[in-house]
Ligand binder design. Structure first.
Ligand SMILES: Cc1ncc(COP(=O)(O)O)c(C=O)c1O
Length: 491
């Protein structure tokens, strides 16, 4: 056995020997039950005292990496068993936490977010064909351009990026976002923008600012589980408003407003999650008017604004905002990559100031280096280049989905009409439950998110989301074929 020892290092030799062997065990280079060299042999080959080896072996044994049999020698333990049996033991608590959990947790637990989390865990650990929307195609992330932007941000701003930042955001990025928002038809000043670490954080601080237990929040039924989880955890009374093929139904919404006091509407007008539909301009205007009439705050989630297949963009609700009651959120998660965790909120100055206090109590400020790198990415034209590629890719994949559905799904299946984004919605005919389909398809290697992951309240039909952004064409075809074959047997 050869181990690198540094006689000039501060760490005693027995610790270095112990660490060297520990490393070999962890990397599986020393297999379970392998006999270690005798202390005499190893001391000879390493040129250290026998006592050094004895101490090292004793330490390894205390930590569970090896075991010894009297007169037989020292043997390697199974690494997984070590984790379970030794130092980690302290973390598998015998203390019963039952009864200690907060109501916030209890509310969050009932949300679909956790179920999605579970599905995501399964997906990331296997070769499944996953039509679940967290599954994004990493081969199309703009890695090289982002690397360039990162380095160039460092050259430009130097070590100032390593210091503390403002909870409102990196000032040059805030300035840039004013013109970026003008491209979306919204006039805004830098003081009306707050950078947040993803829309998820934006929702969380907006929720903390406005929601008391029992306040009523309207959401589209079905909706984005991340938002539902925030509002539920704050003990809001969440009411679902049904959707038609274009988006939220204003007639039903007005009925609700006549009967109850509503504080907030959370809505996703463009590429609605999970249906993928986009609210037409006329209905957007009516929605804004309706909320104004009933004094409701609108939280507009514009998470994927630029992802239309043909490059045409819809005006956000915020562009009709006359009294500042629309809190708008944009994000780079869908257009760049989700790992970036960078988004922004537009709101009146007094609200931004309050939100930045709440943000400070959450994570102080969003990573400065990242903000500067994204700014560089935008300024150097990489964003537009990436959009062009992404739109084409999504359009092609959407086409494959449509063709495969037409070919393999039973008559009576309906689907949402989408003009962009990463997914569409399928409604199943003949009383087939999407969860029954999921149980069967999982066994054949295909998974997706069914209706109940997104439901605010009972949803009378049955359907599921096909998120195709992260799957290549061949797999999309194979996956839909498998689902179609199972459906043929179910209906
Ligand atoms: C409607 C909607 N809003 C927000 C998000 C997440 O945004 P972020 O990554 O910025 O938290 C998603 C992600 O899928 C989404 O579908």
């Amino acid at each position: 056995m050869i181990l690198k020892l540094n006689r000039d290092a501060k760490a005693p030799l027995y610790i270095q020997v112990k660490k060297g062997i520990e490393e070999l065990i962890k990397r599986d280079l020393l297999k379970p039950d392998t006999k270690l060299p005798s202390t005499r042999e190893l001391s000879g080959s390493l040129g250290v005292s026998r006592n050094t080896i004895i101490q090292a072996y004793e330490q390894l044994e205390v930590e569970g990496y090896v075991y010894s049999g009297v007169g037989r020698g020292t043997f390697v333990h199974e690494y997984g068993k070590i984790q379970h049996d030794s130092g980690y033991k302290n973390h598998s608590s015998k203390f019963s936490f039952k009864g200690y959990f907060s109501t916030v947790w209890a509310r969050s637990y009932t949300s679909a977010f956790l179920s999605l989390e579970k599905l995501w865990e399964v997906n990331s650990n296997s070769d499944l064909i996953s039509f679940e929307s967290d599954n994004m195609d990493q081969t199309h992330f703009p890695a090289e351009d982002f690397k360039d932007s990162f380095l160039s941000a460092f050259r430009r701003y130097g070590t100032s990026l390593l210091g503390a930042g403002s909870s409102k955001g990196f000032p040059p990025l805030l300035d840039y976002l004013t013109s970026f928002m003008a491209r979306r038809g919204i006039q805004v000043k830098a003081e009306n923008i707050l950078i947040s670490s993803g829309i998820q954080q934006g929702l969380s601080i907006i929720g903390k600012l406005f929601i008391d237990p029992g306040d009523t929040v309207l959401l589209e039924n079905l909706t984005y589980p991340g938002a539902l989880s925030v509002f539920r955890s704050l003990q809001a009374n969440c009411i679902g408003v049904p959707l038609d093929s274009d988006g939220i139904r204003l007639d039903v919404m007005e009925n609700v407003l006549r009967r109850r006091k509503v504080k907030i509407l959370y809505t996703i007008p463009t590429f609605q999650n999970p249906l993928g539909c986009t609210l037409p301009a006329e209905r957007r205007q009516k929605l804004v008017e309706l909320c104004r009439r009933y004094n409701i705050i609108i939280i507009e989630d514009d998470y994927a604004h630029e992802l239309s297949f043909d490059g045409k963009q819809m005006l956000p609700l915020k562009s009709w905002d006359e009294n500042g009651s629309i809190l708008y959120m944009g994000s780079f998660s869908e257009t760049l990559f989700p790992g970036i965790r960078l988004s922004w909120i537009l709101a009146p100055g007094e609200i931004i100031r309050k939100l930045s206090v709440l943000k400070k109590s959450t994570d102080l400020y969003t990573n400065l280096i990242l903000q500067a790198a994204v700014l560089e990415f935008l300024q150097r034209g990489f964003f537009d280049k990436q959009l062009k590629k992404k739109r084409n890719l999504l359009k092609e994949r959407n086409n494959v989905v449509l063709n495969a559905l037409a070919r393999y799904f039973p008559a009576g299946t309906s689907r949402s009409n989408v003009t962009g984004g990463q997914f569409l919605w399928v409604e199943l005919p003949g009383g087939v439950d999407a969860v029954d389909l999921l149980i069967k398809s999982r066994q054949k290697g295909v998974v997706f998110a069914p209706d109940r992951f997104f439901s605010v309240e009972e949803w009378e039909k049955s359907g599921f989301q096909i998120a195709y952004g992260g799957i290549d064409e061949e797999k999309i075809w194979d996956g839909i074929k498998i689902l179609g074959n199972i459906l043929a047997g179910l209906s």
